[in-house]
Design a protein around this ligand. Structure first.
Ligand code: FAD
Ligand code: NAD
Length: 468
């Protein structure tokens, strides 16, 4: 039987990063993955393929609607090949997962492709993809088994007409009418892909606004631009049933006054969140506790109730984000090597990769109000920037919330072109406890979208933006 210092179960961004850091720190490491490709949800059916389709559909949309403004005339028809678009996405995915194979070899991490399950707290049984099985011994184990799409109790996901994000990333035809349950990140990103490709898109959301966990101003701005793009919203609607009839899917929902609406389309995407995944892991054999939400229970050190077993990423509490899982992977590896790492969960940014993009870090205005913290708010519209006018991307804003007494930045919320990348400036500023005035006194290159951050900081400091 092979013995290891660390066994990592699951090769998503949490697991493979944990394995690399463990190997860098000199631990003999094995990575166990039940599928034949590494990279988990993020690389195979999440972050990477969804961004590939967002980018491809954005090019198509630009060609149809925006090239003309720039003086570019297309004389023939602009045609779409969904088959080619999906094939390109598959190539991007396979190149990216192959990159993880390379990193495992480079760091001398042993990879075993098979389903891992606990025999006890130091032994793992692996049912390998080649049909054989293996038992290994590990001094420590990191559970990084991720998550799967969740659904509603009355919905049967047939994966043909009633689908999750996994199927929506490989459709064989452009829906005529895509009905989406859940106006969160997945619903909006994939909804925008198919809207751009010509589908009618209706989004049914239980809350009174889309992306309800982000700052209210962002929900409002994104909803406004989505409506301009032709997406229909049914907010404050509770879904009561989903039925299929041949190629048609009908979703029934009730509004706040209990009035029933029925929306019929040819596909229904269920994107109401994801649930932690521990099926087949047999944690009970090791004595590991799972909480009432199905998450592996961990303490501040990300250690389970069994001292040599840790858990990271989507399978534990906290936001289900690839970069959060990565930070936790590094964190646990460093704990195992005797270091004292730290993660500031308040500074994990959240991004929606629609266009305009949406990005946030720190506290939202609603959270500050709720916690009674006295704050100032400075906001600057993207349309006032020379850079935005040059590109034609004028939707959105940057909003900075800072402490009334100390001026420390407490939250930064943005909507606009490339804000997914701009949010890094806010994370750096907040990590170093910058005040809004600190940001306002730093030179920002002109013309850039980043100038909106400086201007919002000026607005938050003492309401003196220069360009609005
Ligand atoms: P996962 O990536 O889910 O990986 C877990 C791995 O464990 C899987 O490969 C699974 O096969 C394996 N596994 C499970 N059980 C076992 C077992 N018993 N034995 C062996 N292997 C096992 N996040 C972002 O930050 N940015 C984005 O843009 C983004 N876009 C997304 C788009 C979509 C459509 C979806 C669905 C998700 C997206 N996410 C995004 C979320 C992101 O994918 C997850 O937060 C991230 O993948 C979590 O990483 P993880 O390592 O915890 O788990
Ligand atoms: P989500 O939590 O972002 O959104 C789910 C939405 O469904 C919420 O707005 C919720 O109010 C709504 N909802 C819940 N029950 C409902 C019901 N019965 N009827 C109508 N609406 C209902 O979840 P998601 O979009 O499924 O994404 C899952 C996870 O994947 C998220 O945690 C997200 O962090 C991650 N993800 C991240 C990215 C990114 O970082 N860009 C992209 C995709 C997915």
């Amino acid at each position: 039987m092979n013995s290891y210092d660390v066994a990592v179960i699951g090769s998503g961004p949490g697991g493979y990063v944990a394995a690399i850091r463990c190997a860098q720190l000199g631990m003999k490491t094995v990575l166990i993955e039940k599928y034949s490709t590494l990279g988990g949800t993020c690389l195979n059916v999440g972050c990477i393929p969804s961004k590939a389709l967002l980018d491809s559909s954005h090019h198509y949309d630009d060609a149809l609607k925006h090239f003309e403004n720039h003086g570019i005339e297309i004389t023939g028809d602009v045609k779409i090949s969904l088959e080619k678009m999906i094939a390109r996405k598959d190539t991007v995915v396979s190149q990216t997962t192959a990159g993880i194979d390379f990193l495992m070899k480079k760091n001398k991490i042993e990879v075993i492709n098979g389903m891992g399950s606990f025999k006890d707290s130091t032994h793992i049984l692996i049912s390998k993809l080649d049909g054989t099985s293996e038992e290994i011994e590990a001094k420590s184990t990191i559970i990084a088994t991720g998550s799967k799409p969740s659904s509603l109790p009355f919905i049967t996901l047939d994966k043909e007409r009633i689908i999750t994000s996994t199927e929506a990333l490989k459709l064989k035809e452009i829906p005529k009418h895509l009905v989406i349950i859940g106006g969160g990140v997945i619903g909006l990103e994939l909804g925008q892909v198919y809207r751009r490709l010509g589908a009618e898109v209706s989004v049914i959301e239980y809350m009174d606004r889309i992306i309800p966990t982000m700052d209210k101003a962002q929900s409002k701005e994104l909803a406004k631009t989505f409506k301009k793009q032709g997406v229909k919203f049914f907010l404050s609607h509770k879904v009561a049933g989903v039925t299929t009839n041949g190629d048609q899917v009908t979703v029934t929902a009730h509004d706040k006054k209990d009035k029933e609406v029925s929306i019929t389309g040819d596909y229904c995407l269920v994107s109401v969140g994801r649930k932690p995944y521990t099926k087949g892991l047999k944690v009970e054999n090791a004595g590991v506790k799972i909480n009432e939400r199905g998450q592996v229970e961990v303490n501040d050190q990300l250690q389970t109730n069994i001292s040599n077993i840790y858990a990271i990423g989507d399978v534990i509490k906290g936001p289900m984000l690839a970069h959060k899982a990565e930070e936790e992977g590094v964190f646990v590896a460093e704990i195992l090597s005797g270091q004292k790492p730290h993660i500031d969960y308040n500074l994990i940014p959240g991004v929606v990769y629609t266009w305009p993009e949406v990005a946030s870090v720190g506290k939202t205005e609603e959270q500050l109000v709720e916690s009674g913290i006295s704050y100032k708010s400075g906001q600057f519209p993207m349309r006032a920037l020379g850079r935005s006018r040059a590109s034609g991307d004028t939707d959105g804003f940057v909003k900075i919330l800072s402490d009334t007494n100390t001026d420390e930045v407490l939250g930064v919320h943005m909507v606009g072109a490339r804000v997914a990348d701009l949010i890094a400036e806010a994370v750096v500023a907040m990590e170093f406890k910058a005040s809004a005035e600190d940001i306002s006194r730093m030179s920002h290159a002109h013309p850039t979208y980043a100038e909106a951050i400086k201007e919002a900081a000026l607005a938050a400091t003492d309401n003196r933006p220069l360009h609005s």
